[in-house]
Design a binder for this molecule. Structure first.
Ligand SMILES: Cc1cc2nc3c(=O)[nH]c(=O)nc-3n(C[C@H](O)[C@H](O)[C@H](O)COP(=O)(O)O)c2cc1C
Length: 183
């Protein structure tokens, strides 16, 4: 019998995009997740929209993109609670230091953090940031809390960073993120 070509078939993945340079790579991630058989929806933080437009994610996910908690139309149809319930997994990529801190401490002050708090689905975070931000004791303590609570952490990778320095902080490659997600 032929192997299943779609390892993520049947999964409903909510990709939450945060405001980092690596936000552009999240479009490739969404495309690859769809290619792997997943049904994908995208939510973005306000900062993420400074880096990539919602139109890009709408095109690659083939679905409307949620960009704010305060969307009367979306809340009338597929509200944030329904979206949080719909997901079989939430993937935060790239996960900024700011959003990781909020998730670690249970904040619900924007669409992405509210979705993450309102779900019972497992959480995957894919951190991406400057190496000093990543190595800061505050970020490391936040990561320890998230790991303790069962979050899957993919990356970051070591290597050249956008600001011209090098160190741990690069977003894991989209293909590596897809491969690391539980089938
Ligand atoms: C040009 C630029 C690049 C940034 N890149 C990152 C990044 O890669 N990782 C990160 O954690 N923060 C980065 N930041 C800072 C975040 O955008 C900022 O902390 C923001 O509040 C994050 O909001 P969010 O977590 O709601 O998306 C960057 C800011 C700027 C102006």
């Amino acid at each position: 019998m032929a192997a299943d070509p779609s390892p993520l078939h049947g999964q409903r993945l909510l990709v939450c995009v945060c405001g980092g340079i690596a936000a552009y790579k999240a479009a490739d991630l969404v495309r690859r997740l769809r290619d792997a058989g997943a049904d994908v929806r995208v939510a973005m933080t306000e900062s993420a929209q400074q880096f990539v437009s919602a139109t890009t994610f709408q095109a690659v996910s083939h679905h409307p993109v949620r960009t704010t908690l305060w969307d009367a139309g979306a809340e009338a149809a597929m509200g944030h609670i329904e979206l949080a319930r719909w997901a079989t997994r939430i993937v935060v990529a790239p996960a900024t230091a700011n959003t990781l801190a909020k998730l670690a401490h249970g904040f619900a002050d924007n669409l992405v953090t509210t979705l993450c708090l309102a779900t019972t689905a497992p959480l995957t975070v894919c951190p991406a940031m400057n190496h000093c931000m990543w190595l800061h004791p505050a970020t490391q303590a936040n990561m320890a809390l998230l790991r303790e609570r069962g979050a899957q952490v993919i990356g970051p990778e070591d290597g050249p960073l956008a600001e011209g320095e090098s160190g741990p902080g690069r977003l894991a490659e989209p293909a590596a993120i897809v491969a690391a997600l539980p089938a």
